[in-house]
Ligand binder design. Structure first.
Ligand code: PLP
Length: 418
C-alpha cells in the first residue's frame, strides 16, 4: 500500500493553514498551547464520535445483531466515557476504578462489561451492586467468587484463550496458549458446565481477545473457529485489537473491513443468528488525539536531540512496546523533509525517547512539537516519574476548546501524603 500523507495521521477535521499552522477541532494549536500550557493532550471530539458511528454502522446489518463496546482502558477519563455513552456504545471496564469512572460518567450499567484476570471480591461486589450487564469470567477462581457473591441472576460470558498467535508486540498478545488471560480451550467445557449448573449465573456466550494493534484478520478467524468447537451460544464477543495508524508507512485496516471479517467468520462458523460483540479501544481513540509539547533544547552530537517538556511520564508506549510515532512542528507542518532528529523527553533516563526518528524543519527551542495518534494507552498510562505533573486533556470541537481533565499541579503531588 502507498504511504499516507502526514495529514492522514492527524485527527479528522484538523487543518494546516497556508502559513503552516496546525489546528485541531477548529482550534489553533499555538493558541491552545498558550491557553492550556504544554504538554497537553488535544482531542478532536468529532473524530472520536465519527469513529464510534463508523463501528456501529459496520455492525448494523448483522442479522443476529451486535454491540460495539468501548474498551475503556485505552482512554479512561470521564469525558471520554460520557462521549461514548452518548454515542450508544457499550463499555468494557477492567477494574473497579474503571467501573467507578464509567458509572460516574453516567454509563448505563446494563451496557457495561466487567473484565479482569484478577478480579477482587470488592470489584465483583461493586459490579453486582451496580447491576452491570455482563461479567466476563476469566478463571475457575472468578467462578468461585461469583457463585458465592451473586444474589440474583447475572449474565456472564466465559473468556476462552483460543490458542492463536497474533502478530504483535508480546506484551499485547493475549490469545496464545499460556496467556494469563481466560481459560484454556481444554478447560472450557468444564467451566461451561459449571456455569450452566450454577444458581444465578446465566451463560450468554464466549469471549476472546487475541491481542492489540493487529492488522491481520486471520487470527480472529482461527480464534472464532476454536470457540465454535465448544458449542452454540447466543452471543460471541470477539474482543478488540484493531490496529491504529501511527506511521504514514503503516496504515491500519479500515474498521468496516475488520468488522466485516469478524462477521463473515462468525456467520460461517457459528451461524448468522449469533449476536456479535466487539470491543475496540485503540481504533476508537488513538487517532483523535495529539500531544503538544514545547521544545526546550536542541542538542547536536551523534544525533540531533530535540528535547521537549514531557516524555515518558505522558507517553510510556515507546518504552513499553517500542511504539513508534511521527512528529511535526505546529507552525511549520507544511514544510516537508527537514533534519533527522530524535525527540527526547525531560526524564532522567536514556530510554526516554518518544520519537526515535522524526524529520523536523529547523527545530528550535520554543517550538511547539506535536505527536499525532496519542489517544490510546497514553493518557491512560501517564505517571508522575520525576515528579512531573500529568498533562490536561483538552476537548476541541467547532473552534472551541475546554479542559475535561485539568493539568496536575505540584500540590497534587502531595495530596496522598499521610
Ligand atoms: N478487550 C479486552 C478484553 C482487552 O484486554 C483489550 C485490550 O487490552 C481490548 C478489548 C481493547 O484492545 P484494543 O485497544 O487493541 O482494541
Amino acid at each position: 500500500m502507498a504511504d499516507l500523507p502526514l495529514a492522514a495521521l492527524l485527527p479528522r477535521g484538523s487543518a494546516v493553514a497556508a502559513d503552516g499552522r496546525l489546528s485541531v477541532g477548529g482550534c489553533d494549536v499555538g493558541e491552545l498551547a498558550e491557553r492550556f500550557g504544554t504538554p497537553a493532550y488535544l482531542v478532536a471530539e468529532d473524530d472520536l464520535r465519527s469513529r464510534a458511528r463508523e463501528m456501529v454502522a459496520a455492525l448494523a446489518g448483522h442479522p443476529g445483531g451486535g454491540e460495539v463496546v468501548f474498551a475503556s482502558k485505552a482512554f479512561p477519563c470521564t469525558a471520554v466515557y460520557r462521549l461514548f455513552a452518548e454515542e450508544g456504545l457499550g463499555c468494557d471496564v477492567a477494574s473497579g476504578g474503571e467501573l467507578f469512572m464509567a458509572l460516574a460518567a453516567g454509563f448505563p450499567p446494563e451496557r457495561i462489561y466487567l473484565h479482569g484476570n484478577a478480579k477482587s471480591e470488592a470489584e465483583i461486589v461493586a459490579a453486582l451492586a451496580a447491576a452491570v450487564g455482563h461479567i466476563v469470567v476469566d478463571s475457575a477462581d472468578d467462578l468461585d467468587k461469583l457463585e458465592r457473591l451473586a444474589e440474583r441472576d447475572q449474565d456472564v460470558l466465559l473468556r476462552v484463550t483460543p490458542g492463536v498467535e497474533a502478530d504483535t508486540h508480546h506484551a499485547v498478545a493475549t490469545g496464545h496458549a499460556g496467556s494469563k488471560f481466560g481459560v484454556r480451550l481444554s478447560d472450557a467445557p468444564a467451566a461451561i458446565a459449571r456455569i450452566e449448573a450454577s444458581r444465578h449465573l446465566r451463560l450468554r456466550g464466549l469471549h476472546m481477545h487475541i491481542g492489540s494493534q493487529l492488522f491481520d484478520l486471520e487470527p480472529y478467524r482461527a480464534g472464532l473457529a476454536a470457540l465454535a468447537s465448544l458449542g452454540s451460544f447466543p452471543v460471541v464477543d470477539a474482543g478488540g485489537g484493531l490496529a491504529a495508524t501511527y506511521l504514514t508507512d503503516d496504515p491500519a485496516p479500515a474498521p468496516e473491513v475488520w468488522v466485516a471479517g469478524i462477521l463473515a467468520a462468525v456467520s460461517e462458523l457459528m451461524g448468522e443468528g449469533v449476536r456479535v460483540v466487539i470491543e475496540p479501544g485503540r481504533a476508537l481513540v488513538a487517532a483523535g488525539c495529539v500531544t503538544v509539547y514545547r521544545v526546550e533544547t536542541v542538542k547536536r552530537n551523534a544525533s540531533t536531540w530535540v528535547a521537549v517538556d514531557g516524555g515518558m511520564s505522558d507517553n510510556l508506549r515507546p518504552m513499553l512496546y517500542d511504539a513508534r510515532y511521527e512528529a511535526v512542528i505546529a507552525d511549520r507542518v507544511h514544510l516537508t523533509g527537514g533534519e533527522r532528529c530524535r525527540v527526547a523527553g525531560k526524564h532522567c533516563e536514556s530510554g526516554d525517547v518518544i520519537v526515535a526518528e522524526a524529520h523536523l524543519p529547523d527545530p528550535r527551542p520554543g517550538d511547539l512539537l506535536v505527536t499525532p495518534a496519542t489517544g490510546a494507552y497514553v493518557h491512560a498510562m501517564a505517571n508522575n516519574y520525576n515528579g512531573v505533573p500529568r498533562p490536561p486533556v483538552v476537548f476541541c470541537s467547532d473552534g472551541s476548546a475546554r479542559a475535561v481533565v485539568r493539568r496536575e499541579t505540584y500540590e497534587d503531588l502531595l495530596v496522598r501524603d499521610a
